[in-house]
Ligand binder design. Structure first.
Ligand code: MN
Length: 208
């Protein structure tokens, strides 16, 4: 319930349009969990799709990126959990480091878990993930509406080989046609307005 917000007094004393103090991390009980989609120009270009579950960002690498077209099945390969702060990461990962390449934050926002069992009762999101199927409604700057993630291939003991599909559900936010998927080289950061190229150039500048 909203009136149980543990930071209500803290927030009530401050105007966050004027102060740079933090509003407090997302994840408080009355706040919806976060999602982020980054574009990562690594050895192969891909999108990183991340959903906050508890204290981590559950992560999938989506080579072609999310689509607003319900007819597009997008391969999503699980990667390691990332810290919540990773939502803000944009910049250049040095060559030779894991994931070396340029990252922009393409979209971010909150999501609402929508998974239900056969009797229509809500299923906790992490439990639904464990079963290999989640439904959720994104409320981002670019991505909006209902999406599903479905595991179609299980992995070995180390999770290697596991594969999921990311799909747009049919709803009022579904869109077909040429703009259903962003062009990663033209796409702009939702945080800074910059393209991958601009972030990479700024990174080279910083190295002098
Ligand atoms: Mn990546």
């Amino acid at each position: 319930m909203a009136d149980e917000d543990p930071l209500r007094n803290y927030r009530g004393k401050r105007d966050f349009d004027r102060t740079k103090e933090p509003r407090g991390r997302p994840g408080a009980r009355d706040e919806e969990p976060r999602f982020v989609v980054q574009i990562h120009d690594a050895s192969t270009m891909h999108f990183d799709f991340r959903l906050q579950v508890g204290d981590v960002l559950k992560s999938w690498s989506v080579p072609k990126g999310p689509s607003t077209d319900p007819g597009d099945k997008r391969l999503a390969v699980p990667t390691e959990d990332h810290p919540l702060e990773y939502e803000e990461f944009e910049g250049v990962i040095p060559e030779g480091e894991y994931g070396g390449g340029t990252v922009i934050v393409w979209d971010h926002g909150t999501y609402r878990p929508l998974s239900h069992d056969r009797r229509g009762r809500p299923v906790p999101f992490d439990e639904a993930l464990g079963r290999g199927h989640v439904t959720f409604r994104l409320d981002g700057s670019k991505l909006r509406g209902e999406y599903t993630l479905t595991r179609f291939r299980g992995g070995g003991k180390d999770g290697k080989g596991e594969a999921w599909l990311l799909l747009k559900a049919k709803d009022e936010r579904a869109r077909t046609g040429g703009r259903a998927t962003p062009d990663p080289r033209r796409a702009r950061s939702v945080r800074s307005g910059r393209t991958l190229h601009q972030v990479a150039a700024a990174g080279r500048g910083a190295e002098g």
